[in-house]
Design a protein around this ligand. Structure first.
Ligand SMILES: Nc1nc2c(ncn2[C@@H]2O[C@H](COP(=O)(O)OP(=O)(O)OP(=O)(O)O)[C@@H](O)[C@H]2O)c(=O)[nH]1
Ligand SMILES: [Mg+2]
Length: 344
């Protein structure tokens, strides 16, 4: 991708062209560092408008069906909507997403609804960055609500809490392992529980078990400790229960929009995201240094021969790189100083 093409797409996005959003999201998925940085840089200061609703839960729990129903309710209130369906399992969007496309095609003529599926071509880290970027693009376009669906039972989902303002966890009867992970405190943030497939046996038991977790933990699982986490039974095939979920999302939004805990959470997220970016850049820098600039083959062989521990070796390598980085800084500062002198 040429820089000029990227700039053209960004100027089209500025005019609100949805096609540009779509192409920019594809570029984010490809994960080119320069392009990702440039896109986020272009939109970032104009974001913060949309309310982002994370919809997560185990495979097949009914997340897409719920999102589909929620889009319908949002549209009834004339709210504009974005939906991002993250499918980390499939490199080129598998069957599940295809099903979602068919189901959600009822919105295909509605300009105020933008639905997009995302798969990971690269690492999970890459997918998380692309998803966050896609949310920001839709936020830049001032969608009132952005739904982000991710498969997740705790450890493997992209960290939805970093993205979402309201987190919905969709479960279905027999979701014992997820409830175990809740007890173990693996899932930190859930603002709304949904027990879907209530037409099936065991829904009541699941609800009771979730309530027990809420009671045992002695606190609720939301970021806002004063928010009473609701448990909403739904049958997403019939659409039963969706109005309650939609009301709870709006309640949570009204309550937390301007709250102190949200301000604190946003600062914590900003810090976390920035640290992750720094670490990613540092990692690249170090790998480049080790792979290309330094000959560390001798040290590595010594580790393999047990003459040196990896700990000791890593410190040695670190010192070498730090020294060379220090030298580079000195050099560039020196260059700057002499440039200044020349200008005078
Ligand atoms: N009986 C019943 N089936 C449901 C209900 N909600 C969804 N389903 C069905 O369950 C299957 C999975 O639903 P999806 O909405 O695709 O679930 P999902 O969580 O998005 O699935 P993945 O994205 O593949 O993880 C589909 O065949 C739905 O028709 C429900 O309330 N009751
Ligand atoms: Mg789905």
């Amino acid at each position: 991708m040429k820089t000029a093409d990227l700039e053209l797409l960004l100027s089209e996005l500025e005019k609100g062209k949805i096609g540009a959003a779509s192409r920019l999201i594809s570029i984010l998925e490809q994960g080119n560092d320069y392009a990702v940085d440039r896109i986020i840089e272009a939109v970032y200061s104009q974001t913060g408008y949309s309310w982002v609703v994370g919809v997560t839960g185990p495979p097949g729990a009914g997340k897409s069906s719920l999102v589909n129903n929620l889009i319908d309710y949002a549209r009834r209130e004339n709210k504009s909507v974005g939906a991002i369906l993250v499918d980390p399992t499939s490199p080129v969007s598998g069957g599940a997403v295809l099903g979602d496309r068919i189901r959600m095609s009822s919105f295909s003529r509605d300009d105020e609804v933008f639905i997009r599926s995302m798969g990971s071509r690269g690492s999970m880290g890459g997918l998380a960055i692309a998803t966050l970027g896609a949310v920001r693009i839709l936020d830049y376009l001032r969608k009132d609500y952005i739904f982000v669906e991710t498969v997740g039972t705790g450890q493997i989902d992209i960290n939805i809490c970093d993205i979402a303002d309201t987190v919905c966890l969709v479960l279905m009867p027999g979701a014992g392992d997820v409830i175990q992970s809740l007890k173990a405190g693996i899932r930190e943030v859930n603002d709304i529980f949904i027990v879907n497939k209530c037409d099936r046996p065991g829904a009541e038991e699941t609800t009771v078990n979730i309530q027990a977790v809420l009671d045992i933990t002695g606190r609720n699982l939301s970021r806002d400790f004063s928010w009473q986490v609701p448990i909403c039974p739904t049958n997403s095939l019939a659409g039963d229960g969706t109005p309650l979920v939609w009301e709870k999302i709006k309640d949570h939004q009204t309550r937390s929009k301007d709250s102190e805990f949200r301000r604190t959470a946003k600062i914590a997220q900003a810090k976390k995201e920035t640290i992750e970016i720094i670490l990613r850049k540092l990692e690249k820098f170090f790998r480049r240094q080790i792979d290309e600039k330094m000959s560390v083959g001798d040290i590595i062989t010594e580790i393999a021969l047990k003459k040196k521990s990896p700990q000791r070796a890593s410190e040695e390598i670190f010192t070498r790189i730090a020294d060379s980085a220090w030298t580079l800084t000195q050099l560039s500062e020196g260059r700057m100083r002499s440039n200044l002198k020349n200008q005078r």
